[in-house]
Design a protein. Structure first.
Length: 204
């Protein structure tokens, strides 16, 4: 097939899946998926990518904890809960816990610390008297704003050597994976691993 036609077909297929994407987004995507001189085995590629993500996550966790120790959070993990409430708004505790993909007991412990420090507040749900809703307090918003400034510095430590094009390519390639598993992990939470594996394979 003529290379120009092949490129146009690829661009058309890309646009159908990413209607809001720009031409430069397609170029980054196409270059990233183009075969290299030596095609690696798929299994080993996944393993290498998981190792890279895992090591970056471990380094991020180390930097993040050090940064959050500079704030008035009761624990470094509190940042994720405050930020989650900014995204979700006023919600039930279980909704926030599910959103953060953490275990119930771990989530409740973190939430109680934030309540004790008056960074969040709770009230009864008018639609269900048995449930309580939580939201950020003014103090919580102030502390979170301070956290964001430190979180930005952590991002600079981790990704400071990458230019904007490289960052946009990483976002483009991994955004779909993040969106899929943010939903799927909640559905599969606490299930047997083999069931997780089968359902994840069926969700493709």
């Amino acid at each position: 097939m003529n290379k120009s036609i092949e490129l146009l077909i690829a661009f058309d297929e890309y646009q159908q899946k990413h209607a809001d994407a720009e031409l430069q987004d397609f170029c980054r995507y196409y270059l990233a998926k183009s075969p290299k001189t030596a095609e690696p085995k798929i299994g080993s590629s996944r393993g290498i990518l998981l190792k890279i993500i895992g090591r970056i996550s471990s380094a991020f966790s180390l930097y993040h904890r050090a940064a959050m120790d500079k704030t008035d959070l009761p624990s470094p993990e509190g940042f994720y809960y405050l930020n989650g409430l900014t995204v979700l708004g006023e919600v039930r505790k279980t909704e926030l816990i599910n959103y953060l993909l953490v275990e119930y007991t771990t989530g409740m412990e973190a939430i109680n610390k934030l309540l004790n420090d008056r960074l969040i507040v709770e009230r009864r749900d008018e639609n269900d008297k048995r449930a309580k809703l939580i939201s950020l307090t003014k103090k919580g918003k102030t502390v979170l704003s301070d956290c964001y400034s430190y979180s930005t510095k952590v991002g600079q430590i981790i990704f400071g050597d990458l230019d904007e094009n490289a960052l946009q390519l990483c976002i483009q390639l991994l955004k779909g994976v993040e969106e899929k598993h943010s939903k799927l992990a909640i559905e599969l939470k606490n299930q047997d691993f083999e069931k997780m594996f089968k359902k994840a394979a069926q969700s493709k």
